[in-house]
Design a protein around this ligand. Structure first.
Ligand code: F0G
Length: 502
């Protein structure tokens, strides 16, 4: 990718290595069956190249490892907390910092503190854990992202943008009083790691401010978003990543953070905010679920590594190489004619399973089936981001049907080399050549919450396409009838969120 005509390389050298394992196809087949065709249920020793997630999978730097040795494991007032607080204030600019063990813990706290039963939370596309915590606190989430985000072929450079007219319509319909906050993510994970533009953040912030609605910013991949702004938004080219991050944050009120992504640590997160009174309530609630407000479920050493990681993350060479590696893989797949979400995002390459497997209807879980097939081919572990991840609507109990049916090849930071990316591209190409023989799946076990983590499936071989046929959609596997809600999957007793109001 960036900067000039010459090749670029990773801005680090490797000091310690971890051997990879390889297994035979028949061993992988046995592993897949044991795992119920869900890559979350494989053991890591069954995986060759692990692109399940970029969460907690980064390689820490030598400075971060050294920082671990400076852990101050005092129950209260550990010096590592103050280093973390200082790093968050410097880079993100929020005054109050409350550590949590990871991002969803921060989401739990802020949802509990700000949401009352019956509230509406608009946002730029859902994220699984974020929306679940909003629902468990009694709110309904409304997607106000631009239409282009739902179209894998749209080349809009900022598909994370919020549609101001949609947002205004939600405010008009429900009234600002029923909207405890706007949920704004940088970048948007579920549509392909797509950034939001600085201009859009400004416009959105101005609009909600007129109605007294605060913004809760999911800053999990804000650094990567800032890099895309620097690359593609006019007037931002010469700016530092830290400056851009700071400006985005300055337009928001509260921040939830999974430090397992941008901040280059294996565990950790935080909740941060400007408002003194809200911070006081958050510091009180964190004691109930996480631990004292100066450690929030983390060891002192973890907070120190996070403080160092936050500062490393805004280095331009680091983020350019990180996003560059994702774009390298995406470029190779585009060259091979593989249907992927465009433009290429920042934390992974997302395969468009609908176009990859047009013979499988959504009921046959094409993205889940493709994820399983890629593992079978090469031991590369990816993740479904489609109908399984979307789960069920809490009120109707029906499956949510997102337009996007994707397989995410997520790249851990500073872990794999360009040669690994080549191997991944070759495997996807091979699977694409044999796509007609890929069968759909049937769900045999469905957990109540965040089902994609633990659901189990079995293949329906009769749904693969007979040799020679192509382009046919198989609507319904034989022998199964649609349920009363018009759906073919096993009926799940609907659950009611146990909403809490404050
Ligand atoms: N927000 C976003 C945008 C995320 O991607 C994640 C996690 C979270 C919040 C929750 O953070 O895992 O630390 O509790 N995403 C991971 C992923 C799980 O694989 O995309 P967490």
């Amino acid at each position: 990718m960036p900067h000039n005509q010459r090749s670029w390389a990773e801005p680090y050298k490797i000091k310690m290595v971890e051997p990879l394992v390889t297994m035979s196809r028949s061993e992988r087949h046995a592993a897949l069956q044991r795992a119920g065709y869900n890559t979350f249920l494989l053991t890591s020793s069954e995986v060759y190249i692990d692109l399940l997630t970029d969460s907690g999978t980064s390689a820490m730097s030598d400075r971060q490892w050294a920082a671990l040795m400076l852990g101050d494991e005092s129950y209260a007032g550990s010096r590592n907390f103050y280093h973390l607080e200082e790093a968050v204030r410097d880079i993100y600019g929020y005054e109050h910092v409350i550590p949590t063990h990871q991002g969803r813990a921060a989401e739990h706290l802020i949802s509990t503190l700000m949401i009352s039963r019956g509230d509406i939370v608009p946002g730029n596309m859902y994220f699984t854990t974020t929306r679940l915590h909003q629902e468990l606190a009694g709110a309904s989430f409304v997607d106000v992202i631009i239409d282009e985000a739902h179209d894998p072929t749209s080349e809009h450079p900022f598909k994370g943008n919020i549609d101001l007219a949609k947002l205004q319509a939600v405010i008009d319909e429900h009234g600002a009083d029923r909207i405890p906050y706007l949920s704004l993510a940088t970048t948007v994970n579920m549509c392909g790691g797509q950034p939001i533009s600085m201009a859009n953040v400004h416009a959105v912030s101005e609009l909600v401010r007129q109605h007294g609605i605060p913004i809760v910013h999911d800053a999990t991949r804000c650094v990567e978003n800032a890099f895309m702004i620097r690359q593609h938004e006019s007037g931002c080219q010469g700016r530092s990543i830290a400056e851009i991050v700071h400006e985005i944050c300055s337009l928001t009120d509260v921040c939830t953070m999974s430090a397992k992504k941008d901040s280059l640590v294996n565990i950790g997160g935080f909740l941060a905010m400007r408002d003194d009174a809200l911070a006081e309530r958050a510091r009180n609630l964190v004691v109930v679920y996480e631990g004292l407000h100066t450690y929030g479920g983390l060891a002192g050493r973890d907070m120190e590594a996070m403080a160092v990681g936050i500062r490393e993350s805004v280095d331009l060479n680091h983020v350019a190489a990180r996003v560059g590696q994702v774009h390298y893989l995406g470029g190779r797949l585009i060259e091979a004619g593989i249907p992927i979400v465009k433009p290429i995002g920042t934390h992974g390459v997302f395969l468009d399973a609908r176009r990859f497997l047009p013979h499988l209807s959504t009921e046959l879980f094409p993205a889940q089936a493709l994820t399983a097939e890629i593992y079978l081919d090469s031991g590369v572990r990816a993740m479904e981001r489609g109908i399984v991840s979307a789960g069920r609507d809490p009120l109707s109990g029906c499956h949510r049907r997102p337009e996007l049916e994707l397989v995410r090849l997520t790249i851990p930071r500073r872990v794999y080399t360009q040669a690994h990316m080549d191997v991944v591209a070759e495997s996807i190409r091979e699977v694409h050549q044999q796509r007609d023989s890929i069968a759909g799946l049937e769900m045999t076990f469905e957990p109540k919450f965040l089902r994609f983590f633990q659901a189990r499936f079995r293949p329906l071989p009769e749904t693969a396409m007979p040799a020679g046929e192509s382009g046919r959609t198989v609507p319904e596997p034989p022998g199964r009838s649609a349920g009363s809600n018009g759906e073919s999957m096993p009926a799940e007793p609907r659950y009611q969120p146990e909403g809490r109001s404050t």
